[in-house]
Design a protein around this ligand. Structure first.
Ligand code: KG4
Ligand code: ZN
Length: 324
């Protein structure tokens, strides 16, 4: 019998609800972002985020259920992202989802937000993706940067961290450098836009940990390097061209390290299928850099649609199939 799961996501500043059939087919996917609200603070304010989750949840869940094509009596389980995330946002989502599950008389499934990001690669609206038994995933979000070994055993998902950042996450570094370059929040997509017109060779920046034996990363040094560069050459902030050059050099070096280590890991582990996940996986420069580097190598890269890279509830509803 088909399993229809209602997923709810409130770990940070996106309030989202979605219905997914059998872990893979998206029937509805609704998101409301609080970007405009937090932009004036330059970042997410946890207490403000939780208040908006509470206000938005009834409407967003109603949209997800009423536009899914199924009746709410057909929902098999409610899935809620329970970790990691901002404590006030998590508790609002958990309380709401618990009440809803009791009300519907179905199980409440606790989903790890990071595993769900990886699962976003296996979601579609019109066909079913076969998941390879062994693959690698580069998870690059605002809070995490990890290379994961992903295995499907007896139809269930397992993952193991092979490498991770020792300090800032890649998305965090994008956001912090964007702020140094006086770009609006959220910085990652703005920095990618600015970098398009820049010369990545104008400023020499480090390629942190590119030659280390392990699969770990470090991105706080490159951010500090840019902070010192701007202090010593304040004219950078006066010129759009120079700001674009710094953005391009930063984006190039971060993506170069991410791509090099991911591909090295795939070769060493003899894994063919590689995936991207998390907000930074929206970055076109990163996607293209990996695609260029793996041309004729036998490696296969897949990544989710941008709407499924950043925080969403379809990934929560989808991943929950492993837990019921
Ligand atoms: O996965 P996500 O939506 O939330 C977390 O779970 O953290 O990721 C958000 C992060 C932010 O740091 C944001 O700046 C970054 O993803 N991001 C990007 C791009 N789009 C989003 N970073 C670089 N280039 C982008 N196009
Ligand atoms: Zn996320």
């Amino acid at each position: 019998m088909d399993k229809y799961i209602l997923g709810i996501e409130t770990t940070c500043d996106e309030t989202a609800a979605s219905i997914v059939c059998n872990g893979k087919t998206i029937l509805s996917n609704y998101i409301t972002s609080q970007i405009d609200i937090h932009a004036k603070f330059g970042g997410v304010v946890p207490e403000v985020a939780s208040r908006y989750h509470l206000e938005s949840l009834p409407m967003i869940i109603n949209d997800a259920v009423s536009n899914s094509g199924i009746d709410k009596s057909e929902i098999s389980a409610v899935a809620i992202a329970t970790e990691p995330g901002l404590a006030p946002s998590l508790s609002v989502g958990f309380a709401y989802a618990s009440g809803l599950a009791v009300n519907l008389g179905v199980k409440l499934v606790h989903v790890n937000h990071l595993s769900a990001h990886v699962w976003a690669n296996f979601l579609t609206v019109d066909h079913v993706i076969e998941i390879p038994e062994r693959s690698l995933c580069l998870l690059v979000s605002g809070g995490h940067t990890q290379i994961l070994l992903v295995e499907i055993k007896d139809g269930k998902y397992f993952s193991k961290i092979l490498g991770e950042t020792l300090d800032d996450a890649a998305g965090e570094a994008f956001d912090k450098v964007a702020r140094l370059l006086k770009l609006p929040y959220p910085g990652g997509p703005e920095l990618e836009k600015l970098a398009k017109s820049g010369n990545p060779k104008k400023f020499q920046l480090p390629l942190p940990m590119i030659n280390t034996e392990n699969y770990d990363f470090s991105f706080s040094g490159i951010k500090s390097h840019i902070s010192r560069l701007i202090t010593s050459q304040p004219e950078i902030l006066e010129s759009n061209a120079l700001r674009a050059d710094v953005a391009a050099a930063f984006q190039n070096n971060v993506c170069e390290v991410l791509a090099t280590k991911l591909i090295k890991c795939a070769h060493e582990m003899q894994i063919t299928n590689i995936y991207l996940a998390g907000g930074v996986a929206c970055n076109g420069f990163l996607r293209n850099k990996i695609l260029e580097k793996i041309e004729n190598s036998g490696l296969i890269l897949n990544f989710p649609h941008p709407i499924l890279c950043t925080d969403n509830a379809a990934m929560i509803a989808g991943f929950a199939i492993n837990l019921i």
